[in-house]
Design a protein. Structure first.
Ligand SMILES: [Zn+2]
Length: 367
C-alpha cells in the first residue's frame, strides 16, 4: 500500500458503496467523478472553478503530457500540481487507450508500444517502466498501469492476447513503481469476454494493487455488453479496494455502475458536450443552440442552482453560442460539471440513507 493512501467503505446499499479515498492531498468521498484534464488543464476552466464546485480529484494523461511538454519539464515544477496550479489530487491515465487509438501507426511487442509521435513524427517507445517514470515525474497521486486495450468487438483470441500482455505489463509496472510513494491502480482488460475479465481480475488481485480499474469499455462493444461486463467484473474485484470505471459516463451509466459497486469515474462528456452547447439538466439534455432558447429569460437549468444557473439566463447562453464567444462553452462546461458533482453527491447520500434504489430509478427515467 502506498504511503498516506487508503480507502474505506462507510455504507453499502445492495452492491452500491459510499466510501472515502484518502490521498496525500486530501480525502475524496466516493462515488467520485473526476473531471478530465488530459493535457494538464480542464480546457479553459480555472483549477479554482473546479475546486469551488467540490471536485477533489482530476484526471491527467501521462501519454500526452510525456509528448507535450515532456515529463522532464513537469518534474522541474514539482509535478503537475505545481505546473498547473491544481491543489487537489491527480490521477493519470497511462496511455494504453491513446496507444489503442493510434491503431495502424503503432506496433506492440513484449517490451512495449512503438510508434511515431503524432506531433513531430519522432520514433517513440513506451514501456511499462517508462510509463511509471513519467507518472512519477508528473507526481500523480494515483498512477495507472500501462495496458493494451483491444477493440470491444474483438474475438476471444485477440482479447485474450491483449489481456495477458496487460497483466504482464501490470506486474512490470508494479516492480518499477516500488520506490514511488503514490498509489498504483491495475486495469482489468478482456474485451466483452467475461471469462477473460474474470481471469484478469483474479491475476491482478493476487498481485495486490492499491485499486482496480475496469478499462477497455466504450470502444466498440454494445451498451448492453458494456453493462454486463461492468456488472460481472465489479463483483470480482477486491471489496476493500477502490474500483474505477474508466472513461464511461453518461449519467445513467454512472448510476448503473455505482449500483454494481464501482466507486470512481471519469468522462469527457460534461466538458466536451458543454463546449458543444449541450447542457445536462435535471429534465434531460438541453441544446443551447436551439431556437427555443433564444431570448429565454429563465436559468439554463431551473433546478440547478450552480454559479452559472444563478447568474445567467438560457437566452444569454444561446446568444454566446450564436456569436461564437468562448464564454458560452466555458459556462456550459461549468454547469455540466456541477451537474455531475451533484449526481455523485446525491448517489452517495442515497447509499448512506438506504434510498439508492429509488434515486437510481428516478435518474434512469430521465434518460
Ligand atoms: Zn447549473
Amino acid at each position: 500500500m502506498a504511503d498516506g493512501f487508503g480507502f474505506c467503505v462507510e455504507a453499502v446499499c445492495g452492491e452500491a458503496r459510499a466510501g472515502v479515498l484518502r490521498t496525500a492531498r486530501g480525502e475524496i468521498p466516493t462515488p467520485a467523478f473526476m473531471p478530465v484534464g488530459t493535457f494538464g488543464a480542464l480546457r479553459g476552466l480555472l483549477p479554482d472553478e473546479a475546486r469551488a464546485l467540490g471536485f477533489e480529484i482530476i484526471l491527467g494523461n501521462a501519454f500526452h503530457l510525456w509528448l507535450r511538454p515532456g515529463a522532464e519539464i513537469i518534474r522541474r515544477f514539482g509535478g503537475l500540481h505545481g505546473f498547473g496550479g491544481w491543489r487537489g489530487a491527480i490521477l493519470t491515465d497511462s496511455g494504453g487507450y491513446q496507444i489503442y487509438s493510434l491503431r495502424e501507426r503503432r506496433t506492440l511487442s513484449e517490451e512495449g508500444a512503438h510508434f511515431r509521435s503524432p506531433y513531430d513524427g519522432a520514433r517513440k517507445t513506451l514501456t511499462p517502466e517508462i510509463c511509471m517514470q513519467i507518472q512519477r515525474d508528473i507526481n500523480s497521486d494515483i498512477a495507472m498501469v500501462l495496458d493494451e486495450c483491444a477493440r470491444g468487438d474483438s474475438d476471444y483470441e485477440t482479447a485474450q492476447r491483449a489481456m495477458l500482455l496487460s497483466c504482464r505489463w501490470a506486474l512490470r509496472c508494479k516492480s518499477a513503481h516500488e520506490e514511488n510513494p503514490n498509489a498504483l491502480f491495475a486495469i482489468v482488460q478482456g474485451g466483452a469476454h467475461q471469462q477473460l475479465r474474470d481471469e484478469a481480475a483474479q491475476r491482478l488481485a493476487e498481485a495486490d494493487f492499491d485499486g482496480y480499474a475496469i478499462g477497455g469499455l466504450a470502444v466498440g462493444e454494445s451498451k448492453d455488453e458494456m453493462r454486463e461486463v461492468v456488472a460481472n467484473t465489479a463483483a470480482k474485484l477486491p471489496r476493500e479496494s477502490p474500483r474505477y470505471l474508466m472513461g464511461v459516463g453518461a449519467p445513467a451509466d454512472i448510476v448503473d455502475a455505482v449500483e454494481r459497486g464501482m466507486d470512481m469515474f471519469d468522462c469527457v462528456l460534461p466538458t466536451r458536450n458543454g463546449r458543444n452547447g449541450q447542457l445536462f439538466c435535471e429534465s434531460g439534455v438541453l441544446r443551447l443552440r436551439g431556437a427555443e432558447c433564444r431570448g429565454a429569460d429563465i436559468p439554463p437549468d431551473e433546478n440547478c442552482g450552480c454559479p452559472v444557473c444563478r447568474r445567467f439566463s438560457r437566452g444569454y447562453l444561446h446568444h454566446l453560442f450564436a456569436v461564437g464567444d468562448a464564454l458560452g462553452g466555458r459556462l456550459a462546461a461549468l454547469h455540466n460539471l456541477a451537474f455531475y458533482r451533484r449526481l455523485t453527491a446525491r448517489l452517495r447520500r442515497a447509499i448512506c440513507d438506504g434510498t439508492f434504489v429509488k434515486l437510481a430509478r428516478e435518474v434512469r427515467e430521465k434518460e
